[in-house]
Design a protein around this ligand. Structure first.
Ligand code: EPU
Length: 455
């Protein structure tokens, strides 16, 4: 029995696809919100459960629709998913993993990119896998060439079909490989980890991503019995083992959600305590937040964020860890639009991640997007006509507008913009925000935002 995505959301959190938020701006957000497990770890740890021979328990799983998509996909493949022994815990029983039909996989893949990570585990379990055309946020091309190249190196045969990609292992077990990623891709690193742990022999991965969520996935895999060493200079070495068992793991917190609420406090001149946020994984964000006029207090169970004095312009370059995350820039841009002076954001991870600024310009922001690298170093997108540097001139006062949310982080920045704007904004397609922000409507209510949901 599989669970439809809408109903699979823990506690029946609605998918919100058809809803419009009518937000009246001007009220500072004040209060406490708690962040749970990271979207970008929880969904991967769920996939890892496929590799074990016994049940796995993941704790602090966020109630977001990306989790619902992965849960449905696991169930389609025969994994039994049930509630655990505490709120937010999910238990995965992979004892009856089986291959699924194309149509079923397609119907449950939703708009997520996670299905690509099912490849290695399914190849180990079943000798074959089918991956439908991938969704995910429209923030550039988002190719999967690194994933497919790596899988071929492990010995998988990759066939491209009109409906997706079929993979098989005609020569039996996958074998270890030497892989050098052209760019430290988070997804491709996870692909290699999830495949190498049960491949025959040793895998050496160079130019790996080292985001905290990757380190947490390594911790999950080690609990399962994997042998993975992390060496200097982005090198990860994995010694394949024959069998893995289940895990019991509490997910790392969602630092992207924490940073989003911090920027909301900054832009609305409010004060938000983000329960569950930790300093270590947010060091780079906190530096930029402080330079932009933010104040924070690190406490045992979370971080308190507010503005201190005037907003200030900053120059930021997004980058792989330990740089400033690409997912942090969008809500921050709203505060920068209100800061006196010129700010620059050079996006070096995705080539098209400024689509969300069009709505901010409609609301009165002065933002120009350039194809040049306006940062301290040239990135992969320079000289290639990608609109990947933003110049933000402030201060401006924003006014309400009708907005269709384009992507997850852009959508959150639109919420923040509407909360600071004069008059009413009507924001549609907010279901995208539910992909990565747990119970954001309830949280907005708790923080005192003035809005209605027109369903
Ligand atoms: N890339 C390729 N080929 C590939 C894979 C990636 O060219 O085969 C390129 C991408 O096009 C991009 C860059 O490499 O320009 C980085 O992509 P990466 O693979 O690191 O990203 P991802 O794994 O698809 C995850 C998060 C993103 C987050 C990025 C960067 C998940 C589900 N998604 O994406 O999160 O922005 O890492 O940290 O973990 C979000 O949460 O809103 C989100 C988009």
């Amino acid at each position: 029995m599989t669970t439809p995505v809408r109903d699979a959301l823990p506690d029946g959190v609605p998918a919100l696809t058809g809803d419009v938020l009518a937000i009246r701006g001007g009220r500072p957000l004040r209060g406490r919100v708690d962040v749970k497990g990271a979207k970008n770890l929880a969904t991967k740890a769920m996939v890892a459960s496929l590799l074990g021979e016994t049940v796995s328990t993941l704790r602090d799983v966020p109630a977001i629709s990306d989790v619902a998509v992965v849960r449905s996909l696991l169930e389609v493949h025969g994994v039994r998913v049930s509630e655990g022994d505490e709120p937010g815990a999910l238990v995965f029983d992979p004892s009856d993993v089986e291959s699924a039909h194309f149509e079923e996989i397609d119907a449950h893949a939703g708009a997520s990119r996670i299905p690509i990570l099912f490849c290695g585990p399914l190849l180990h379990r079943l000798g074959q896998a089918f991956i439908p055309d991938l969704g995910g946020c429209r923030i550039g091309d988002r190719p999967i060439d690194f994933h497919l190249d790596a899988l071929r190196k492990f010995g998988a045969v990759v066939e491209k079909l009109p409906s997706g990609i079929r993979l098989s292992t005609p020569n039996g077990r996958l074998h270890g490989a030497n892989i050098h990623l052209p760019y430290p891709s988070v997804g491709a690193t996870e692909q290699v980890l999830l495949t190498a742990v049960r491949a025959e022999g040793v895998t050496e991965l160079r130019n790996a991503a080292i985001e905290p969520e990757i380190m947490d996935l390594i911790a999950v895999l080690q609990k399962m019995g994997a042998i993975i060493s992390y060496e200097p200079n982005r090198v990860i070495v994995i010694e394949g083992v024959e069998k893995l068992r289940g895990y019991d793991h509490r997910s790392i917190f969602d630092r992207n959600e924490a940073a989003s609420w911090a920027s909301a406090a900054l832009a609305t001149d409010g004060e938000i305590f983000v329960g569950g946020a930790k300093q270590q994984e947010m060091l780079t964000f906190l530096n930029v937040f402080r330079k932009a006029g933010g104040w924070f207090d690190i406490q045992e169970d979370g971080i308190l964020f507010r503005r201190e004095g005037e907003l200030r312009p900053v120059v930021v370059e997004t980058d792989v860890h330990p740089g400033f995350m690409t997912d942090w820039q969008q809500p921050l841009v709203v505060a920068l639009a209100k800061a006196k002076g010129i700010s620059i954001v050079h996006e070096t991870v995705y080539e098209q991640r400024f689509g969300f600024t069009e709505a901010l310009v409609d609301m009165g922001a002065t933002i120009q997007i350039h194809t040049e690298c306006l940062g301290s170093h040239a990135c992969r997108f320079g000289q290639r006509n990608y609109q990947h540097s933003a110049v933000i001139a402030g201060p401006v006062s924003l006014h309400g507008a009708d907005i269709v949310v384009p992507d997850l982080r852009g959508g959150f920045s639109h919420l923040v913009a509407a909360l600071t704007a004069e008059g009413e904004s009507r924001i549609s397609n907010v279901g995208i925000i539910a992909r990565g922000y747990e119970r954001f409507i309830e949280k907005l209510q708790v923080l005192g935002a003035d809005f209605d949901v027109d369903g």
